[in-house]
Design a protein around this ligand. Sequence first.
Ligand SMILES: *Cc1c(COP(=O)(O)O)cnc(C)c1O
Length: 405
Amino acid sequence: MENFDAATAIQDLQYFGEFGGVNPSISDSSTYTFLSAKTMSDTFEGNTEGCYLYSRHSSPSNLYLSEALAKLEGYENANVTASGMGAITSVLLQLCKSGDHIVSSRTIYGGTYAFMKNFLPGFQIGTSFVDITYLEKVENAITDRTKMIYCETVSNPLLEIADLKALSKLAKKYNLKLVVDNTFSPLSVSPKLLGADITVHSLTKFINGSSDAVGGVICGSSDFINALKDVNSGACMLLGPTMDSLRAASILKNLRTLHLRIAKHSENALYLAQRWEEDGLNVKYPGLESHRQHELYKSMMQGNYGFGGLIALDLKTVEKANEVMEMMQQENLGYLAVSLGFYKTLFSASGSSTSSEIPEDEQKEMGLSPGLIRFSIGLDHDIERTYEKMKACMRKAGVLSAVAV
Ligand SMILES: *Cc1c(COP(=O)(O)O)cnc(C)c1O
């Protein structure tokens, strides 16, 4: 695999504040003055490099963060948005018009699924949801109206891996765009290197990492990013999912520690996944050899960031899952909360929370059990201690086999 060091590329970005501050100044303005009227009209036509016009279009803080995230993903350019959904919906509406069609992975973030399934048909945009781990199913779903293949590198919540190289080959063969949501695997996987045309993120999760902000980003070619920001026809400009400058500045500061955090999340998650597997629990983690796509994921990974911070643990029934989660929260081992990428472990039963947009029969078909707990493993200093305490909760709930007890 090509050598690509995103963490160093970000480290090399140096921005100073107005008064020599070590952090870039935040521009506390929504609009900008022009010295001449001619420059203003040129800027509206998109001709003036370095001129700010109005903050829905761009602002200094948003451009700094966008540049850093373009480096993270190895793209020419990027545009930050107010949320992950703001990024995803803008990309879909920019690329698909009435009559067009999307081939999407069926195991995707609940909000994205709901948008494709319930919202886009109102604009005559159809979606075929397929199990993208079978390439022939993807290929069979492509029609002459298909515009894109959409997937998540590591799927939510089942932690299935998309073979991005193979999917990009398929996309090229049919002249489609491959759009990848890389929210679960920043730094670990670089979709661009594997052929993704566009990569999106919810910054709300690992990238910001402190569960205090909502944000998103679209990474792509400069042509595509400029098209999104076009004052006459750009989805980001016209739908208005604009990130606030104050948020952009705070997320950029958190991005500086992403490489340390991801490595620690992964280290802790691998430890727990291995122990739970030894204890006879039904656990899915891409770092386990028992994961169907362990070798594939290894071949896609960059650097030493590990297999990520997410684990799926199936306790079969929602009652058992709830009992264990409530006990773990009582013991201060984590929070019963949706979202991911926090310093603290977060857990939720996906079927009745983040994936509840997916009808029950479809959940069943894709192997999403009602007792499936999605863990976002935190940055615990002593993960062995955490494991022992979690084990005590599981023992109390009677979910450990006789061997493990
Ligand atoms: C959270 C999430 C989103 C949506 O992001 P928001 O910032 O909540 O709008 C999209 N994709 C994935 C994989 C997510 O986890």
